[in-house]
Each structure stands twice: as C-alpha cells, then as structure tokens.
Ligand binder design. Structure first.
Ligand code: PMP
Length: 434
C-alpha cells in the first residue's frame, strides 16, 4: 500500500493543474503518487482523504501543541471573530498577548507580532542590522529561518556543496536569491566551537547578528553541545553583535519560556510562531527593550495582518492554558518515554541510533555514532528512516517522511497513544531491514 491512497493520488493530479507540485508549500510535496492529502484532524489524530486515520507526529511541522481542533482555543477564536477580524487599529487582546509573552519568556521585554516565522526572523534581522549599523549575519548550516532571501542559505543543500568546514561556502537554497546577498552571510557548522571563535576573531566587529535555532529543529533536532549557546552569548556580547535565538519551533513547546528557559540562555532577540497559536497564523519577535525600542524611530516593521484576530485570539487562549496547567511538562514527560522506548527498540534490533532533541520535539539519526552538525547528520541512513516511516504509516503512525523533520507531540498524545506507537515501531523495526 502506498503512503498515498487512491483519493490522495487523484487529488494530487487535480491539484497539480493549478498549484505548482499540487501544494502551497514545497515542504508538503513528498513526491509523485506518494503525497498524502488531508481531510481533517482532531486531537493527536489526522485523517487523509482516503479516510485512513493516523497518529500524527508532524503536528503541522510543530504548531499544534495542545491538539488539532482544540475546543478551548477554537471557541475563543470563534467568539472573538464575531466582533471583527481586522481593524488597522490596536486592541486590548493583542496588548495582553504581548504582556503574556514578556511574562513567560525570560529575555523578552518588548515584542511585535507578525503572522509567520519567516516574517518574525526577517524583522528581527532588520532590527539587528539597524541597531548595530552592520550588514553581515552569521547562521549555521542546517538551520532554517524561513523563506526570505536573507537566511535561506546552507539549509537543505547536499553538505558536499558546503566546502571545507574551516571556510564554509554559503549555498543558497533556491534559485532567485540575488548573488550579491552572499556578501551578507557567513555560515558555519552547528556546534563548531573552533570555527565560531575563528569567525569572531576575523569578522566579529562586522557582524550584525548571529542567528541560530537552539536545537536544530530543521535538521533532526540536533542538540547544542554543552557550552555552545553560552559561547555564542559571550562572544556576541563582546563584539556588540545581536544574538537572535530562533525559537519558531522550540518556543512555547519545550518549556513555557522556550529554549531560553530550557537551556538557561538569554539572547538579545528571539523569534516565535508555531506553538504560540496552536496552528493559527500568529508569530512574534522580541527581546531587549533597548533594541526593540528603535522600531518606529527610523526602523520599519509592520503588516496588514500582524494583529489578525484569529491569530491573536488563538495566542491568547493557548498561552493562558500553558500558564494555567503543566501542559508542556506533561508533553515532555510523555515524549521522553517515547524517545526512550524507541531507543530500546533500536538497541534490541542492533540498529545504531543517535537520539536528539527533547520529548516535545525529537528525532533520531540511524547508522551513525555521533551527530553534532548537518555534515554528520547527512551520513545517517535516511533511506532506512523513510522505509520505517512508510511501514509505520501502514499501521497508522505518521512521522514526517523527511528525516530532518522532528517528531512533534501535542497534549493529546496520551500514554495509550505512546504505547500504541511503540508497539508499531517495535514491529516495523523488526520487519524492515537496513
Ligand atoms: N524558523 C524556524 C526555526 C522554523 O522551523 C521555521 C518553519 N519551519 C521558520 C523559521 C519559518 O516559519 P514559517 O514557516 O511560519 O514562515
């Protein structure tokens, strides 16, 4: 059985007549005749257009933190949108959302809302450049910060194209990015202490911002090595560089205060989207008052939809729930059990794996000893990973087909659902040979 049933396949054919690849985001295309199309989702479950039900571990690439179609969020949105969705005017609810973010996140004193992670990182980079009067940004290979031209470098390219790790070549992730923009980006392998020190010594005083995901949420959830984020903090401070922590995947997911709380790190600016609104279009960036305060004084930021009511109401309802109940702790605990169980299954079957990430958002690289950066990760057995996914989907469990994309949990992945998942993986790991 294909991962895409007959209805998915015929919808794909129809979709491809009007949408490039038959999708509205390249990441949703799995390939010809293997791209599933969705009918609906509820809680931790998702149904495709062939009526097959899956335990969903994609969670829309991370936003769904409470559960799909979560009543307390949806009801608040429905109630709020009855009094209008967009006004070109500021309302109290968005002020409250900003207050809640500053209460929950240690290093965020002021925020501005946006609609997507792409927008949040784009604005944060602009503000960092404006604040420092410098143009260059440093990003790490395998990190993804959205679709704008500033950061779409060395994300998903074959790592052979990245050159020697002592002097990496920034590789654009798309045609259409102006060649001259390469002047403004320096790339490095994640967790490269030595390389980072070298770049700081040579270019530290020319760099506007170091932007990084705290753990590589777009490359198998690779963990930061102990001390790496601290080193970034220390050197950026010394060189007057703005440290931007991209928490689009980790924010309001791995802890109420995100990676800042989890790893005990205080960046200058941080970016949020995804779990902030349990799936509704809302994002934010924020940080030090001194830096954020330049917005509006010769520094542009805005957007027609940046306070759209569905997004704002969803953020309000989601943050309230996260503040009131130990939701993220519960997710972390259940996710940790899933991680441990999967590790045991691989060990029992003599399949070497490196587990990475935290319970709420984790992954594993197969067939490698250690993974600290995308260059290591790319040596893992991604074909085998995909075969496991295909076999698991036949039994109703759906991680992403792309091994770079972590497993995401929501509050409605119950212990029983975790057990069922472990049973399925115990079976598929035994059956599917490398
Ligand atoms: N930053 C990170 C870390 C992300 O994971 C993503 C999306 N996967 C983005 C930015 C871009 O967010 P969006 O898709 O909402 O534009």
């Amino acid at each position: 059985m294909s991962v895409a049933g007959p209805n998915s396949q015929s919808l794909q054919k129809r979709a491809q007549k009007v949408l490039p690849l038959g999708v509205n985001s390249n990441f949703r295309y799995w390939g010809e005749e293997i791209t599933p199309y969705v009918q609906k989702a509820k809680g931790a479950y998702l149904w495709d257009v062939d009526g097959r039900r899956f335990i969903d571990y994609r969670m829309a690439f991370g936003p769904i933190i409470l559960g799909h179609a979560y009543d307390e969020v949806d009801n608040r949105v429905i109630e709020e949108i009855k009094s209008g969705v967009l006004f070109a005017m500021t309302g109290e609810l968005e002020v409250r959302v900003a207050e809640m973010i500053t209460e929950m996140v240690p290093a965020v004193e002021m925020v501005r809302l946006a609609c997507s992670g792409t927008e949040a990182t784009m604005h944060a980079i602009r503000v960092a450049r404006a604040y420092t009067g410098r143009d260059i940004i440093l990003k790490f290979e395998g990190n993804y910060h959205g679709m704008h031209d500033h950061a779409l470098w060395s994300t998903y390219a074959p790592t052979e194209s990245y050159g020697n790790r002592r002097s990496p070549i920034p590789v654009p992730a798309s045609s259409g990015i102006p060649k001259s923009m390469r002047e403004f980006v320096i790339t490095l392998p994640f967790n490269d202490f030595e390389g980072f020190e070298r770049v700081m010594k040579s270019y530290g005083d020319q760099i506007a911002a170091v932007i990084t995901e705290p753990c590589q949420g777009n490359c198998g959830a690779i963990d930061p090595q102990p001390g790496f984020l601290d080193l970034i903090r220390k050197r950026t401070e010394e060189h007057g560089i703005v440290f931007i922590l991209d928490e689009v995947k980790t924010g309001f997911r791995i802890a109420n205060g995100g990676a800042q709380e989890y790893y005990g790190i205080k960046p200058d600016l941080a970016t949020y989207a995804k779990a902030l609104g349990n799936g509704y279009p809302v994002a934010a960036f924020g940080g030090k008052r001194e830096i954020m305060s330049i917005i509006g004084y010769g520094v542009a930021q805005g957007g027609t939809y940046t306070n759209n009511k569905p997004g704002v109401a969803a953020a309000y309802a989601t943050l309230r729930l996260l503040k009131e109940k130990p939701i993220l702790q519960t997710i972390q605990k259940r996710g940790q059990r899933l991680m441990d169980g999967l590790k045991d299954i691989f060990e029992e079957n003599n399949v070497p794996v490196v587990m990475s990430g935290t319970g709420a958002m984790f992954s594993f690289a197969v067939g490698v000893e250690a993974v600290t950066c995308q260059r290591d990760w790319s040596k893992s057995d991604q074909d085998y990973y995909l075969k496991l996914v295909e076999a698991a989907m036949e039994q109703g469990v759906m991680p992403d087909h792309d091994a770079r994309e972590p497993w995401f949990l929501c509050y409605e992945h119950t212990d029983a659902i975790i057990d069922e998942t472990l049973n399925v993986y115990a079976d598929v790991v035994k059956k599917v040979k490398r």
